[in-house]
Design a protein around this ligand. Structure first.
Ligand SMILES: Nc1ncnc2c1ncn2[C@@H]1O[C@H](COP(=O)(O)OP(=O)(O)OP(=O)(O)O)[C@@H](O)[C@H]1O
Length: 123
């Protein structure tokens, strides 16, 4: 079988999604359903086109232009990265500004610490 016949053309991909924190549970469920249950989650703050929020503290107005988001990182080999991204996009969608973004990146290599396996077998 040539690499072109394998998922992700035989490569390893990182699907990195910035989503609303209250969508994390739905995204985790969707990832398990698509066959990519392994993930890393980080609390982050960021800025896209979602408007800044104006707040007040002791009578002074201030602007919060960084919004609380959750970063979900999923490295996949046997599951197509496009399927993973579609699953996240469906689960994280509200239609309002600030729903987030998904990036797909190539991964050079992977190493499973316990077994020493490398490459696709380590994912
Ligand atoms: N180009 C980018 N580079 C890095 N992070 C980004 C980028 N665009 C968006 N983000 C991250 O995604 C979060 C959500 O972005 P947001 O949904 O506002 O993006 P958008 O593309 O402007 O979409 P929308 O119009 O739905 O608001 C941001 O708070 C930021 O953390």
């Amino acid at each position: 079988m040539s690499d072109a016949d394998l998922p992700n053309d035989g490569g390893i991909k990182l699907v990195m999604a910035i989503i609303r924190p209250d969508k994390l549970a739905d995204v985790k469920t969707a990832l398990a359903e698509v066959g990519a249950p392994s993930l890393t989650v980080t609390n982050v703050s960021g800025r896209g086109s979602q408007p800044a929020k104006k707040s007040q503290w002791r009578g002074e107005e201030y602007t919060v232009d960084l919004h609380q988001k959750v970063k979900v990182e999923c490295v996949v080999a046997d599951t197509p990265a496009e399927d993973v991204a579609d699953a996240i996009a469906d689960a994280a969608h509200t239609g309002e500004k600030g729903d987030g973004k998904i990036f797909i990146l190539p991964v050079e290599n992977a190493i499973q610490v316990r077994t020493g396996k490398t490459g696709r077998d380590a994912v």
